[in-house]
Design a protein around this ligand. Structure first.
Ligand code: NDP
Length: 272
């Protein structure tokens, strides 16, 4: 396996590098990306019902021949499927498409108003039935987490949110840290939007690394799990070479100074 793991609540080990497959086209593209990632040592794949490629992730996993117990697979409950019974049915369909008996991590994809609490109860049920090894949320800001924690029997193991030096989410990360909720950084490469940032490019040149590697390393050094997406073999490899160097205090400080509230996808901050 490339890189290290951290222990989630319930003592489930999660590899800190995961391959994202959002916008990897269903069929050959997703299958090739996952196949290549597994071949070179990734052991964690992050998909979702809405990405439309769960079956391709499953196919590449089967083809790899890697023992199920060595892999970490995440999928997510889509918004239309929120609700107690509908969440349980949606989970069944996801595992069917993935052709897996269990998933390692199942997430509420988005804090859907009025539905998220009952959806969470469904995830708690799946955890109790051992059909998932861990459950968590995504796109939950502090007010969503506070509401959930008032009601939940199980504290989420993970909160998957957009994080990069340009969107640091300090308040949410501090809240999660205090409650031992691991933070997964999605769009850690800013979907490519800030790979040419002069400060990032300079640090990359000084360390003889790429801008993408610098952004991912920043996430690791802040204790996060990083989920870069690429469908290209050369970048899948590049994005994995982040465990054999450190940024150092000075570069970390310069990256920490890049906050600009950059949201590259959807923005949960104003979701009631
Ligand atoms: P990323 O920040 O990972 O950026 C992906 C983009 O960067 C792609 O266009 C990719 O192109 C390009 N890229 C990848 N590696 C490199 C590199 N080394 N150099 C230059 N360009 C590169 O964006 P995502 O939004 O895809 O986020 C990553 C993952 O996070 C998703 O795939 C998904 O799993 C998760 N996610 C979760 C969300 C949620 O709501 N929970 C929302 C968004 C993402 P190419 O493929 O051509 O290499």
């Amino acid at each position: 396996m490339i890189g290290d793991s951290i222990a989630l609540k319930g003592d489930v080990a999660i590899p800190r590098l995961g391959l994202g497959v959002f916008q990897a086209r269903r069929g050959a593209e997703t299958q090739a990306a996952v196949r290549e990632a597994l071949r070179i040592g990734y052991r964690h794949v992050d998909t979702a019902r809405i990405y439309g490629n769960e079956q391709d992730v499953g196919a590449a996993i089967r083809e790899s021949g890697i023992a199920r117990s060595e892999l970490f697979v995440t999928t997510k409950l889509w918004n239309d499927d929120q609700g107690f019974d509908s969440a349980l049915r949606a989970f069944d369909r996801s595992v069917e498409r993935l052709s897996l008996e269990y998933v390692d991590l199942y997430l509420l994809h988005w804090p859907v108003p009025k539905k998220r609490i009952e959806s969470w109860r469904a995830l708690e049920r799946l955890l109790a039935e051992r059909r998932v090894r861990a459950i968590g949320v995504s796109n939950f800001m502090v007010h969503h987490l506070e509401e959930l924690l008032r009601d939940a029997s199980v504290v989420p193991a993970v909160n998957q949110i957009e994080v990069s030096p340009f969107l640091q989410q300090r308040e949410v990360r501090a809240f999660c840290k205090a409650r031992a909720i691991a933070v997964e950084a999605y769009s850690p490469l800013t979907k490519g939007e800030r790979l040419n940032d002069p400060a990032v490019v300079k640090i990359a040149a000084q360390l003889e690394r790429s801008p993408a590697q610098v952004l991912l390393r920043w996430g690791l050094e802040h204790g996060m799990i990083v989920l870069p997406k690429s469908s290209r073999a050369s970048r899948i490899a590049e994005n994995s070479k982040i465990f054999d160097f450190t940024l150092g205090a000075d570069a970390m400080k310069r990256l920490d100074a890049l906050e600009e509230g950059l949201v590259t996808g959807w923005d949960p901050r104003r979701q009631p």
